[in-house]
Design a protein around this ligand. Structure first.
Ligand SMILES: [Zn+2]
Length: 140
């Protein structure tokens, strides 16, 4: 049985995160949420592999200062923004190398939905915290 609160959160988050409403930090007024420093080579690998389905120009607040940045936003298999991605901060001059941070608005905690059949690649799932649809279908 689904609790009313869960159903409400599911409805709110079923369409994924919203750039204007949920990614306010890309204007540089708030710190990057749950920021983890990433090596530049690792950041490029992640971008090359697929992080950054949506690229947004903005300003990042990190290490106490605001810098121009590009945000590479990740999408779920269903094409919805999942609230995570990479921020690459530019700095002038070779003396100051660029910085990269992985971030996530929500550190998703996936729970399998009913009808899951992982052995056939069908894993309907939702985040326990924000309600985002995290369904993966890698099946036949
Ligand atoms: Zn979540």
């Amino acid at each position: 049985m689904i609790e009313p609160q869960t159903a409400k959160r599911d409805r709110v988050r079923s369409s994924g995160f919203d750039v204007d409403k949920d990614f306010g930090f890309i204007r540089g007024n708030d710190p990057i949420p749950n920021a983890t420093p990433v090596g530049l080579e690792d950041a490029l690998h992640a971008i090359g592999y697929g992080v950054g389905d949506l690229v947004v120009r903005g300003v990042a607040m990190a290490e106490g200062t605001r810098r121009h940045a590009r945000f590479f936003l990740r999408k779920t298999q269903a094409g919805r923004l999942d609230g995570s991605g990479l921020a690459v901060l530019g700095r002038w001059g070779v003396k100051y190398p660029p910085l990269a941070f992985a971030f996530e608005i929500c550190d998703h905690d996936s729970v399998l939905g009913s009808g899951a059949n992982p052995s056939r690649g069908w894993r309907p799932a939702r985040c326990k915290k924000c309600g985002l649809d995290l369904t993966v279908d890698s099946g036949d």
